[in-house]
Design a protein around this ligand. Structure first.
Ligand code: 13P
Length: 255
């Protein structure tokens, strides 16, 4: 049985003061939600204060990105080990904004996923097709490429612990979420490939989150799809009440 994860990716929003206030509000709401892992991904500057504010609660912390080396002459970068020390247990890697705006690719995702595991953390690795690719019927080919290159060399045990976020690029920040059928089809495809390439056990354990215009109003239906194990939420995670509502609708039993 896979425990769903609902992660809020705050992107470049919230000062430290705003972030800490949010955590105090959210932690007052989440104790009654069981069977879901709640994760918040603040900016690097807010990582430690948010981790401290969430200490002893049901909320875990994620970095939004990490570098693949432990340390070195990489101006502006933060390593997985450093994010771990600041309080992060998860790290998002390969988000489409990193891929399109900052030149990330499957090869860098591959190195980052390994670095996150090496730091004793859990990667949340993002994959997904653009609108052009979907319209050209290339969705499955794109996902296959992202999986083979991005997760190359991982052990079956690591794939079992990996969290994949399927985020169709056309659904991110557009208000146009994938339909439950589109999400189900893509998630089913990803799990089939994991089974073929990494074995049945790893495929059964790997959590696959959906991301792209998730809101309180569409979470329950998405969560009701068999291979959807939660969500990676952008804009709708910025308000604690709205995020709590998404969390509380994230279990299939809650549908
Ligand atoms: P939105 O929920 O704002 O569409 O963003 C999704 C996302 O990019 C989460 O990582």
């Amino acid at each position: 049985m896979r425990t769903p994860i609902v992660a809020g990716n705050w992107k470049m929003y919230k000062t430290v003061a705003e972030a800490v206030k949010y955590v105090h509000e959210l932690r007052a709401m989440v104790p009654d939600v069981t069977g879901v892992q709640v994760v918040l991904a603040p900016t690097f500057t807010a990582l430690h204060p948010v981790a401290e504010a969430a200490r002893g609660s049901r909320i875990a912390i994620a970095a939004q990105d990490v570098h693949w080396e432990r340390e070195g002459a990489f101006t502006g970068e933060v390593s997985a080990t450093m994010a771990r020390e600041a309080g992060a247990e998860y790290a998002i890697v390969g988000h489409s904004e990193r891929r399109t705006l900052f030149g990330e690719n499957d090869a860098s995702v591959n190195r980052k996923v390994s670095a996150v595991f090496a730091a004793g953390m859990t990667p949340i690795a993002c994959i997904g097709e653009t609108l052009d690719q979907r319209e050209r019927n290339e969705t499955f080919d794109v996902l296959d490429q992202q999986i083979t290159k991005g997760f190359d060399g991982l052990t079956t045990d690591q794939v079992g612990r990996l969290v994949i976020a399927y985020e169709p690029v056309w659904a991110i920040g557009t208000g146009r979420n994938a339909t439950p059928q589109q999400a189900s089809e893509a998630h089913g495809h990803i799990r089939t490939r994991l089974r073929q390439w990494f074995g049945a056990e790893a495929a059964a354990q790997c959590r696959i989150l959906y991301g792209g215009s998730v809101k309180p109003g569409n979470m329950a239906e998405l969560a009701g799809q068999p291979d959807v194990d939660g969500a990676l939420v952008g804009g709708a995670s910025l308000d604690p009440r709205g995020f709590y509502e998404i969390v509380s609708r994230s279990r299939p039993t809650a549908v």
